[in-house]
Design a protein around this ligand. Structure first.
Ligand SMILES: [Zn+2]
Length: 291
C-alpha cells in the first residue's frame, strides 16, 4: 500500500499486521502452528536478502516470550525472534549498503521488525516500578508482572523540512555527514508542539529563518531506532541565514538546477544528495515536482 506519488523509502510494506490476532490466543496459536509460517532471521539486526528482497526461513515455533508476530504476507504468517539476550541495535555501514538495494516495501517490513526488536532490547525494565518486564501481545508490548503496567513500542516524531524562498531551498550539513553531503534540516517534535510549530522552531533555531507557512508532504518510518519522519516544506520570510554551529557546520540556498544535479549524482553538483531511502531525498523530488 502506498499513499504517495513520490518514492518514499520504508513505505508500502505488504504486511497485514493482523493486530487483532495479537490479543486472541486462539488466533495466535493457529498462526504460530501454521506449517507454512516464515521467520525473518536478523542476526545483529542485519536483514538477510536475496534477489533484492528479504530472505525468509521456515518458522520453528518459539516460546511466547520470544515470538514477534509481524503479520501476514500473501496469507502466510511472518515472525521474527525476540532474543532475550540481545544488545540494542547499532547502525552498521553495511546495513546502509543493503538498504540501497531493497525496494521501499521490503525495507518497510525490515523497519517494523528492527524497531520492535530493538525496543525490546532497550526496554527490559518497567519505567514505573523498575521490575523486569516480559513481552506480551505477540511481541507488540511488554507487561510488568509487579505493577501490571503495559509498555508499548514507541515512535518519536521528527520534522524534516526544506525552507523555500524565491524558488531556492535551504540545505544544511552536520559534521557527521559524508564529505559534500547536504540535506534538509530536521529535529524532534517536542512535547506540546504541533508539526508546524516544530518546523518553524527548528528552522529558526538552526538557521535563523522565519517560517510564514508550512505544508505537509509525506511521512516515513525510520528504524534508527524508531522515528516517524514528517516531511514538510516551509515558506520563509527572507533568506538571511544565522547558523547554529552546535547543530550545523554549514547551510546554504540551492536552486532547482542544483538540486536536480545533486539528485542525478553529477560529479560537479553543488552538494551530495541524501540516499534514495531517506525521506530528505523524497522531499527534494517533491519540491522539484511542485508540491
Ligand atoms: Zn512495574
Amino acid at each position: 500500500m502506498s499513499f504517495n506519488d513520490i518514492y518514499v523509502g520504508f513505505t508500502g510494506s505488504p504486511l497485514d499486521r493482523v493486530e487483532i490476532a495479537r490479543h486472541d490466543a486462539e488466533a495466535l496459536a493457529a498462526l504460530a502452528n501454521n506449517p507454512n509460517a516464515l521467520l525473518l532471521d536478523m542476526p545483529d539486526y542485519l536483514p538477510s536478502t536475496e534477489n533484492g528482497a528479504l530472505a525468509w526461513t521456515p518458522y520453528t515455533p518459539l516460546p511466547p516470550e520470544e515470538r514477534l508476530l509481524l503479520g501476514l504476507i500473501d496469507g502466510i504468517p511472518r515472525f521474527a525472534r525476540i532474543d532475550p539476550a540481545a544488545a540494542a541495535a547499532r547502525r552498521w555501514a553495511e546495513l546502509m549498503t543493503v538498504l540501497d538495494t531493497l525496494p521501499a516495501g521490503e525495507a518497510g517490513i525490515y523497519a517494523a521488525a528492527r524497531s520492535v526488536l530493538d525496543w525490546h532490547a532497550r526496554h527490559r525494565f518497567c519505567a514505573n516500578c523498575g521490575a523486569k518486564t516480559a513481552p506480551h501481545h505477540a511481541g507488540w508490548g511488554r507487561l510488568c508482572p509487579q505493577c501490571d503496567t503495559e509498555h508499548y513500542p514507541r515512535t518519536d516524531p521528527v520534522v524534516i523540512m526544506l525552507a523555500e524562498y524565491q524558488d531556492r531551498v535551504l540545505v544544511g550539513r552536520q559534521p557527521m555527514f559524508a564529505p559534500g553531503r547536504y540535506s534538509a534540516l530536521a529535529g524532534f517534535v517536542e512535547v506540546g508542539e504541533s508539526i508546524e510549530e516544530a518546523v518553524a522552531r527548528e528552522l529558526r533555531e538552526e538557521a535563523g529563518v522565519v517560517a510564514t507557512s508550512v505544508r505537509y508532504i509525506a511521512s516515513q518510518p525510520w528504524p534508527f531506532p524508531s522515528q516517524l519522519m514528517v516531511a514538510c516544506i516551509a515558506t520563509v520570510a527572507d533568506d538571511t541565514i544565522t547558523l547554529d554551529m552546535a547543530e550545523l557546520e554549514d547551510a546554504k540556498w540551492v536552486s532547482r538546477p542544483e538540486v536536480e544535479a545533486a539528485l542525478r549524482g553529477d560529479a560537479d553538483a553543488a552538494f551530495g544528495a541524501p540516499p534514495r531511502y531517506a525521506i530528505a531525498n523524497s522531499l527534494f523530488n517533491a519540491w522539484l515536482a511542485g508540491k
